[in-house]
Design a binder for this molecule. Sequence first.
Ligand code: CA
Length: 372
Amino acid sequence: MKGIFKRVVMLMAMTGFIVSLSACGPNGSGTSENGGSAVPAAPEKVYRWKLITTWPKNLPGLGTGPERLAEKLRVMSRGRLDIKVYGAGELVGPFEVFDAVSQGTAEMGHGAAYYWRGKIPIAAMFSTVPFGMNAQEMNGWLAYGGGMELWRELYEPFGLIPFAAGNTGVQMAGWFNKEINSLSDLEGVKMRIPGLGGEVLKRAGGIPVALPGSEVFTSLQTGVIDATEWVGPYNDLAFALHTVAKYYYYPGWHEPGPTLEAIVNKNAWESLPEDLQVMIEVASRSVNDDMLSEFTARNNAALRTLVDEHGVELRRLPDDVIAALKTASLEVVAEAASTDELSQRIYDSYMAFLADVRAYHEISEQEYVNIR
Ligand code: CA
């Protein structure tokens, strides 16, 4: 009884109910301390799960997201949901996370929906779209604009339940070993760039290469690639990308605020009692917010370090390059939508929300930044 009561209180507190414990009376918990029940509490079931990720183990920001998610869940559940986190390659390869969780090899995964673009082209819209929504706008679409319902529908045939579980904010355009002064300089550049951005780069003359984070540094160092995007100053400094490339370009047109995902195997999800399910929802929402806060706080100092201490040359992409990338982006995103009816609905929902939020943000967030 005691355990159940505590769980109810915890659940109510988590979901925003204000609970007055005294209203339940001093013996409201039904404990046997005052000569109550003689029935011993049954031992609580412990769920031991594996969480596999697309990130190198303990990578700052991205990799600590799933670590924090598991830790919060362990504490919130008082050990009833005990999740062990595996970095990329420890249990399965980084790009095998989706299939492995779908098949039940692990109960949970953490990654980004655009990594599954080869399997589900439209999935990228639940991570990030070139020239699309930023983090704040993505969170609005997912939580209150119908996005999450569509995401659940998209993953349903794979036996997966997705949650938003992290966001980096606007990324950097990437690291280059030569200057990009005009569109012709992009011709033939081999660049690590995932998601729809890779396809866009291809149409603008570049050669996109899909590489997991763990291979980015070596590939740039050895000349397998000429350029790479990764995340932003905080993560890029941790990867020491400034030691293998000279120019650091902005803005991150291809990733204006990618949502990272936690995915849960549907059978594993259904095996959980409701309070643990709610804890996963709440902890994911918390990590989603926490990661953006951490990047917002740490990118600034990291950029100063890169420029002031390491002599990194900061450059803005030229206007003609941005214009060409934008034109190609509109084509690529529309093509991903045309594959089937659900993809079209996802595209329509995303684009309608973007049009609305953009109109308002032009006179609110954007105008404020301009006048500040
Ligand atoms: Ca990136």
